[in-house]
Design a protein around this ligand. Structure first.
Ligand code: ZN
Length: 314
């Protein structure tokens, strides 16, 4: 009886928003380079399956990430669905201008919370990186573009280990100062745990009440969905996920696999939390992706099927 009484006190959300990051975070870590037509097909199928936010690629130097070299063409050629946000990652003003020219109205800027990671990769402190984005913020304001800021290695760094929460706050403050009002805490290295996620979410929401929060988890150590649950309990509504569970980060050794979109959607369906997706369409998209990239991926539902399939078989 004790359990039943406690059950009433937990407030799960009625709905969440699942952002499909597969075309960027997933495909950028695949050895196989997909042709433009195939990328367009994946993005269009994700939208048809109900994705309302899709990260379609990144506008970075082609030599840095060859998998993303054709994002301009992809962005220009996708047939858009009304009400779907097509966002892309940019690193600087040049990237933002390219994104705008290709019809992208929402850009994501990324800085690392870890000083060690940031200095090792681009020889700048995280704060210097975000202050460098001020030009992007000015450009976006003038041109009516939306910006989102992501803080990678928020929950831990493969070079630095535990990243001080004060350091995460410092980077968030810099983003806030240049006017960014959508911010994402990214667990690039898959080191977050649910207790930490809950505490961080409560603290950042209290400090920045005018910000829309996004959580981005990798399932490197199997804590991805547990971390989503912690975020939900803290009141966060937006979660990144990747079709078929592709992903990882070429700059973070050992970091693999975003949480799989179909795993997150399946959990939500079982919990009666609305996502607006057609789960069967996303599952069939996941199977298709595994076929075209030619290897198995970190998705539980693609292997085991849905709970409701098992019941039907009986
Ligand atoms: Zn990621």
């Amino acid at each position: 009886m004790q359990q039943c009484e406690n059950a009433n006190t937990i407030k799960w959300p009625d709905n969440i928003i699942v952002c499909e990051v597969g075309p960027r975070d997933g495909l950028q870590n695949e050895k196989v380079l997909l042709p433009v037509e195939q990328k367009i097909e994946l993005i269009e199928r994700a939208a048809q399956a109900g994705a309302k936010i899709i990260e379609i690629g990144s506008f970075v130097h082609p030599k840095a990430v060859p998998q993303m070299a054709d994002t301009d063409e992809v962005a220009k050629r996708i047939s858009r669905v009304d009400g779907v946000e097509y966002r892309a990652l940019v690193m600087n003003l040049r990237g933002l201008e390219r994104a705008e020219a290709a019809g992208i109205r929402k850009a994501k800027l990324t800085a690392s919370a870890s000083r060690t990671h940031s200095l090792a990769n681009i020889n700048k402190t995280p704060e210097e990186v975000v202050r460098g984005f001020a030009k992007c913020a000015e450009y976006a304001a003038v041109h009516g573009l939306e910006l989102s800021g992501a803080v990678s290695t928020s929950f831990g760094c493969s070079l630095e280990g535990q990243v001080d929460f004060g350091q995460v706050l410092s980077v968030l403050r810099c983003f806030h100062e240049i006017g960014v009002r959508e911010l994402s805490l990214s667990d690039t290295t898959g080191m977050a745990n649910p207790q930490q996620v809950y505490e961080y979410c409560m603290k950042v929401q209290a400090e920045f009440p005018d910000v829309t929060w996004v959580l981005h988890f990798h399932n490197t150590r199997g804590m991805g969905l547990a971390n989503v649950m912690a975020g939900m309990l803290a009141g966060v509504k937006r979660y990144d996920a990747c079709f078929a569970g592709l992903g990882g980060c070429p700059f973070a050794p050992g970091a693999s696999g975003n949480i799989a979109t179909e795993d997150l959607l399946h959990m939500c369906q079982e919990m009666r939390i609305a996502t607006g997706y057609d789960l069967d369409k996303i599952i069939s998209l996941g199977h298709y992706i595994r076929k075209i990239i030619g290897h198995d991926t970190d998705s539980f539902v693609l292997k085991a099927g849905k709970n409701s399939d098992i019941v039907k078989q009986k």
